[in-house]
Design a protein around this ligand. Structure first.
Ligand SMILES: [Zn+2]
Length: 342
């Protein structure tokens, strides 16, 4: 188990490219924030910066498509598979807009938010693991208007990793925006030798009638069948260490077999939260649920448990749908939590 760290910033280091193009580190809640992308690619357009609690449309060039940070000796790279900018009332489905809008300084509940899709590349020196793999080659079909959609493999290539290098893919849950690149358009496995780890409850759910009203159940079953036929599906049940410093943490609620990933190295750690969190406000309001959660009461309990764990271990917390990179730490306050952006 990782331990408390005295200097949080020391563990959060953007990967700088050869020409050292990082020009600014974001202030926690400051008004001025600008930086260039480590990958040399930057999404331009109407993207708004979400790190500032008051969304500022003038901060439009601040979204990375790929960026890395370190946990001890382990490198974690978030890879985008596209960005959609749209209203997100459904991220705060359990409450009235009048409750969540003031926390963001908003007056319009239909203010657009950026939502990133993709996954995380975790390299611990022994093996190469993906935690989720984006929307997939049908990105535009599933999310019309998505920008840079379906380019996850390009982001992987920019990281110097080929699909055949991937040892395992851990799927947080089987919504299409998390497992979309498991199977290529022609039906072949995208990562030809990668084990695919999915919680056994998740597999059972998507093979049941209960999933009929969820998102693209037929497509999900096709993916599962392809991975199973290749002998690469790896169901699991309880929390365990998948490989050195990478633990799978069952975190049901969003879906029955939803899973988080805890990465530990040299006393430092990061908790990758899947879809337990969509916006940093969820850290401070674990009961503010989004609309896709299959088991809402379980989601609240799971979030609280995950956040308690993050506080106890001083873990960096992040999740795939937040803009790259949205890193923070949590502390306990009263009966909730305080989010501290890094
Ligand atoms: Zn999702």
């Amino acid at each position: 188990m990782c331990t408390k760290l005295p200097a949080p910033r020391a563990t959060c280091v953007l990967e700088v490219n050869a020409i050292q193009t990082i020009v600014c580190i974001l202030t926690l809640h400051g008004a001025n924030a600008s930086f260039s992308t480590p990958s040399g690619r930057r999404l331009k357009g109407e993207i708004v910066a979400e790190r500032n609690p008051r969304i500022q449309p003038d901060l439009i060039d601040t979204l990375f498509l790929r960026a890395s940070f370190r946990v001890g000796r382990t490198s974690i790279t978030q890879l985008s598979d596209g960005v959609v900018v749209a209203p997100r009332r459904n991220w705060f489905n359990s409450i009235e807009p009048s409750e969540w809008m003031p926390a963001l300084g908003l007056s319009d509940p239909d203010t657009p938010f950026p939502v990133n899709f993709g996954g995380f590349l975790v390299q611990n020196g022994e093996s190469t693991t993906l935690f989720d793999c984006g929307v997939g080659p049908q990105a535009e079909e599933f999310f019309p208007g998505i920008r840079e959609g379906g380019h996850f493999l390009s982001r992987l290539d920019e990281s110097g990793v080929e699909p055949g290098d991937i040892d395992r893919v851990v799927i947080s849950h089987l919504h299409i925006d998390h497992c979309g690149h498991l199977v290529a358009r022609g039906g072949d496995l995208t990562f030809p030798r990668a084990e695919v780890w999915v919680h056994e409850r998740e597999i059972a759910y998507w093979n049941s009638e209960a999933a009929a009203s969820n998102i693209q159940p037929g497509e999900i079953r096709r993916y599962l069948d392809a991975v199973t036929a290749a002998g690469l599906l790896r169901p699991y049940r309880d929390e365990f260490e998948l490989t050195t410093g990478i633990r799978l943490v069952p975190a049901s609620g969003h879906t029955p077999g939803h899973t988080a990933m805890l990465v530990e190295s040299e006393g430092e750690c990061a908790l990758l939260l899947g879809d337990a969190v969509h916006h940093w406000l969820h850290f401070e309001h674990p009961t503010w649920l989004q609309s896709y959660d299959v088991e809402p009461p379980v989601s609240v309990a799971t979030r609280t448990s995950l956040f308690d764990r993050a506080v106890a271990s001083d873990a960096i917390v992040t999740a795939v749908h937040m803009p790259i990179l949205t890193l923070g730490r949590l502390t306990s306050v009263a009966d909730s939590f305080k989010y501290h952006a890094l």
